[in-house]
Design a protein around this ligand. Structure first.
Ligand code: SAH
Ligand code: SF4
Ligand code: F3S
Length: 462
């Protein structure tokens, strides 16, 4: 996923679509894009029960923190935030603090024992129960619901895009993950894989277009496994078909998706991307490692050679497609030779961008139960630095190749550095900064690239 998996805080802005009542909800979101989408569901559910969002933590009646468990440092950061909330609660005893999302699901009641200030613990499949849980918490009791579901997709709930730029939006198309990669906590925190009814997805996309949105990202942990079968007609919709249906909603709506799973991504998806101009030419394609031995231990289900062949296929069918990746360094038993193979994969693939992490053992995963986390911390760090340095060099040189080219850019807002400049993204998901002239947010403009910094392309409109 783009920007994906960087633990980040989402600023609160009052709801734009649905306004709740006078009780105030302050919500902070950490983790992946799916958590961002889930917070929009939570705000929607609470708006129907008399709550509006606030960006002022001190005026909140309820504080929710939507949490991530993917690595230990993600959880540590959340524990740090809880200490801040504790201080606020000391001055406001009626304040309700809720921990929701993946860490709530992973730790369940244990989290209540460890952090006494928490009133509510809710896992990702139990958000419909929030109004009821808040009622319980108001009586002074602790309220917990961490039941996972095989069916819940929240298909009928319209997310409140409370922190949106009005142009880009996420649409959740499936939940959970059945892959069981050996290092990964997600199958435990988000439960079994299930697809959302395509009609509700298309309706959501149409609604976004009506409200001025121009760029949607279809979200799932493994979008290639999207699969919907109509029980009455027997009609099937796979991911390629869903992409096509979404692309047809409007030619001016850009369609993105995340995350693709290397073993499951079909040529049909690639050909569908080639067929529709408004399906963005960007694939987030997490490799995790360049060593087939490590990939097998990770239970990824593909070899490095197989992965490389898929890269070649993408480049053949979609020559202008950007490819980004995730890498884990220092997985159990990783040798210097395995690490070198990861570096050589980066050289081979020439990724536009990489998200790179040190392996963090997660309790109860297959790897935690069966392998030793035996790469010493300083070696993990050194290897990660080598991976980051190499990928930064590659990202920069890939960007340099864009100089002189012209891209269609969808404007998302004013540049952080200057009010005289706007920024937007190309189909390839690259950020471009250019002089404002008379253009505005939501316009499509053609921009000729004149320069490239490490993170952005710089250009002029033509
Ligand atoms: N579903 C996506 C990614 C989900 S998690 C996929 O399969 O690719 C996002 C990224 O976090 C993963 O791609 C992986 O690189 C990283 N990650 C997951 N578990 C991790 C762990 N235990 N330690 C370090 N990084 C991890
Ligand atoms: Fe985790 Fe693997 Fe599922 Fe991605 S595909 S969420 S890495 S188990
Ligand atoms: Fe996402 Fe973190 Fe959960 S990456 S699925 S919020 S563990």
């Amino acid at each position: 996923m783009t920007d994906y998996i960087k633990t980040k805080k989402i600023n609160n802005i009052s709801p734009t679509i649905k306004s709740g009542g006078n009780k105030k909800l302050y919500i902070e979101t950490y983790g992946c894009q799916m958590n961002v989408a889930d917070s929009e569901l939570v705000v929607s559910i609470l708006a129907d029960n008399g709550f509006s969002t606030t960006d002022d933590i001190n005026s909140a009646d309820i504080i929710f923190i939507n949490t991530c468990s993917i690595r230990d440092n993600a959880e540590q950061r959340i524990r740090g935030r809880l200490q801040i909330f504790k201080k606020i609660k000391k001055t406001k005893p009626y304040l309700i603090i809720g921990v929701i999302g993946c860490m709530a699901e992973r730790l369940k009641n244990k989290l209540l024992e460890q952090e006494k200030l928490i009133d509510i613990i809710v896992g990702p499949d139990a958000y419909r129960d929030l109004p009821n849980l808040i009622k319980i918490a108001k009586t002074g009791q602790k309220a917990v619901n961490v039941l996972l579901s095989r069916e819940e997709t929240y298909a009928d709930i319209s997310p409140v895009r409370y922190s949106s730029n009005g142009i880009t939006a996420f649409i959740s198309i499936m939940r959970g993950c059945d892959n069981m990669c050996s290092y990964c906590v997600v199958p435990f925190t988000r439960g079994r894989e299930r697809s959302r009814n395509p009609e509700s997805i298309i309706e959501e996309a149409k609604d976004l277009v009506k409200n001025g949105y121009k760029d949607v990202t279809l979200l799932g942990q493994n979008v290639d496994k999207y699969n919907w079968e109509d029980t009455k007609t027997g009609k099937k919709v796979n991911f390629a078909k869903l992409l096509e249906l979404t692309a047809k909603v409007s030619p001016s709506l850009r369609v993105r998706f995340s995350t693709s799973y290397p073993q499951d991504m079909t040529d049909e998806v690639l050909y569908t991307m080639a067929k529709y101009k408004n399906i963005c030419k960007h694939i987030h394609f997490p490799a995790q490692s360049g060593s087939s031995r490590i990939l097998e231990k990770m239970k990824r289900g593909y070899t490095a050679e197989w992965y490389k062949n898929r890269i070649l296929k993408i480049k053949e069918i979609l020559p202008d497609c950007a490819i980004t990746t995730d890498i884990i360094s220092g997985f159990c038993s990783e040798t210097e030779d395995d690490h070198k193979q990861t570096l050589s994969l980066l050289e081979f693939a020439q990724f536009d961008l990489g998200f790179m992490f040190k392996y963090s053992e997660r309790p109860n995963t297959y790897a935690a139960r069966n392998f030793k986390d035996d790469v010493p911390e300083e070696i993990k760090s050194r290897r990660l630095t080598e991976i980051i340095n190499l990928q930064n060099k590659i990202s920069k040189s890939v960007k340099q190749k864009d100089i002189g080219k012209t891209f269609e850019v969808l404007i998302e807002g004013t540049s952080k550095k200057s009010t005289e400049e706007l920024f937007g993204r190309t189909s390839q998901n690259k950020v471009v900064v250019f002089p404002k002239k008379n253009y505005k947010k939501g316009d499509y403009v053609n921009v000729k690239i004149t320069d490239a910094s490490s993170a952005t392309l710089i250009g002029v409109t033509i």
